[in-house]
Write a protein that binds this ligand. Sequence first.
Ligand code: DP6
Length: 319
Amino acid sequence: MALKVEASAPSNIALIKYMGKSESSSNRPANTSLSYTLENLRTFVTIEEGESGWQPLPGYPELQLSEKGRLKFLNHFERLWSTWNLSGSYLIRSANNFPSDCGLASSASSFAALTLAAYELARRLRPELNVTLAELSRLSRLGSGSSCRSLFSPWAVWRNEGAEAVDLPLRLEHAVVMVEDGHKAVSSSEAHLRVTSSLIYEGRPARAEHRLEALRGALAEVARGSKPAWHEAYELCWSEFWDMHALFETSRPAFGYMNAGTLRCLNHMRHIWQSTGDGPLVTMDAGPNVHLLFRQEQKEEAAIWLKGFDVMTSWGLKS
Ligand code: DP6
């Protein structure tokens, strides 16, 4: 029987962003980033002996990859294969369990899942191989930077080579407010390059590191039950994503992702905080959708806050 393996990996949302690279070809980040792992939003990958190539994995919403995306994916497999001194031709199939048109970045979960599936197969072929999770994370980074954080859960911090788990006993609920499902005009890989042309890029790594330390402290307090620390965490996340989007808008040439729906949602969330003294952590990736993280006991209130928005939540509410 032909050899076949299967693996899956979750997506993640960064609260302190990876934006700007210190070394472009190997996706080394200009600053440390911190993310929460989105266990429910996953990519599934199968690899089997056969003609080399990529196909969508049946049984899930059909994934479409551009020619460039397909090549990047297959090249990552080739890189892993040569790292482990393996050869042969393999068919790779992949799919996400979330709709690909919902505007969620799937490169983190895709490259993490491919790295795990390739390792699973490599172990069948070379049982003596023993690669640590830290090394797999470093290898996954070479495919797509943010994917290196997806190997750790629920929190991951990524400084340079690969990510590591954060000792933070805090589980949150996630919701994404979908304001647009269109295709991105500027990919995040391109964004990493362009932001360095912004005059406010100077000092960006230091700002991110400073916020990271403050946020880690605040989240540790939240885990111990502090309410003021939750507010502090919200303020830090808020200024962090605006910092990144300000870099986009001040790059040369400038670009941006926010639209009227984004601003409506952001204003609404800020109003909730200002009028009630509580609310979700708010953040955005390189896209127009708004990500929210809630404490578990906020789920009921969240249903009210999210009324009138098109949302996908980790607990299944859709309004
Ligand atoms: C805005 O990991 O997609 O989501 O390393 O070039 O593949 P490459 O970039 P990618 O960048 C993600 C950027 C971000 C912020 C983040 O996830 O930290």
